[in-house]
Ligand binder design. Structure first.
Ligand code: HEC
Ligand code: HEC
Ligand code: HEC
Ligand code: HEC
Length: 139
């Protein structure tokens, strides 16, 4: 009987750790920067999902209106920022990411509210704490 309890506890812990970090979350240091490049930005997507509306960031415009729905946010290529903000787009990927992240952090800062970083080194840290999990955005 005791053994069953121990096995149950182990299964529970393993299950918890898998769901806690989920398959899509990998350490933010995974991208090795090319020479002269910046390391991967540290983006704690989970924190943002908790405090913001999905469509504050994810969009698909029709006649200037954001018509994206939460249902289409399924991790597919079509919802990736680079899918639309490619090199030849009027707003390329670098501008798209930087404008979205920095603009919002500035707004919150101005309003005197808790917010995220606004400098290169804070967003592209060379190292992040080992237990810090964020979304690695593919380049
Ligand atoms: C602060 C902005 C922001 C908010 C709020 C946000 N997301 Fe995201 N999300 C992003 C960015 C940026 C990416 C990376 C997109 C890419 O890879 O091009 C992303 C990626 C994703 C992905 C793909 C994850 C993966 O495995 O790569 C999914 C699914 C997703 N978001 C769903 C959601 C849902 C659902 C919500 C609301 C509950 C939400 N997002 C809220 C910015 C945001
Ligand atoms: C389905 C296509 C599509 C996807 C996916 C997409 N965008 Fe956009 N985005 C647009 C379009 C169209 C505009 C309008 C400006 C333009 O002409 O490019 C825009 C505008 C923007 C702007 C405003 C630019 C400015 O000058 O103010 C930012 C910032 C931005 N996107 C960031 C992102 C980020 C970050 C993601 C991923 C979370 C994303 N976009 C995903 C199509 C897309
Ligand atoms: C629409 C607003 C908005 C956008 C867009 C946004 N953020 Fe944030 N960010 C916030 C807010 C609000 C907080 C503070 C969250 C809290 O209360 O813990 C935050 C916090 C952070 C933090 C600090 C988290 C911590 O635990 O200390 C980081 C890092 C961060 N953001 C990175 C990013 C990156 C990278 C992007 C772009 C991909 C981004 N953010 C886009 C609003 C935004
Ligand atoms: C608020 C957070 C934030 C700040 C501040 C920031 N970045 Fe980024 N940056 C990002 C995100 C998110 C991406 C997209 C994910 C990635 O490539 O790591 C990115 C991408 C990049 C890329 C790759 C672009 C590409 O086309 O692939 C470079 C290079 C870069 N940033 C340099 C910088 C420099 C230099 C600064 C300071 C002037 C800076 N970043 C400030 C969040 C930030």
């Amino acid at each position: 009987m005791d053994r069953m309890v121990i096995i149950a506890v182990i299964v529970w812990i393993v299950t918890l750790s898998v769901f806690r970090f989920g398959p899509a979350l990998t350490p933010a240091t995974e991208i090795e920067p090319a020479e002269g490049e910046r390391p991967a930005a540290f983006f704690p997507h989970d924190n943002h999902m908790e405090v913001l509306d999905c469509l504050a960031c994810h969009h698909r415009y029709e006649d200037g209106k954001n018509v994206a729905t939460e249902d289409e946010l399924d991790g597919s290529d079509e919802m990736r920022c680079r899918y639309c903000h490619h090199e030849d787009a009027s707003v390329n990927a670098r501008e798209a990411f930087h404008r979205q992240c920095i603009r919002c952090h500035r707004q919150y800062d101005k309003a005197g509210e808790t917010t995220g970083p606004r400098t290169c080194g804070e967003c592209h840290p060379v190292t992040v704490p080992e237990d810090a999990y964020g979304l690695v955005i593919e380049r």
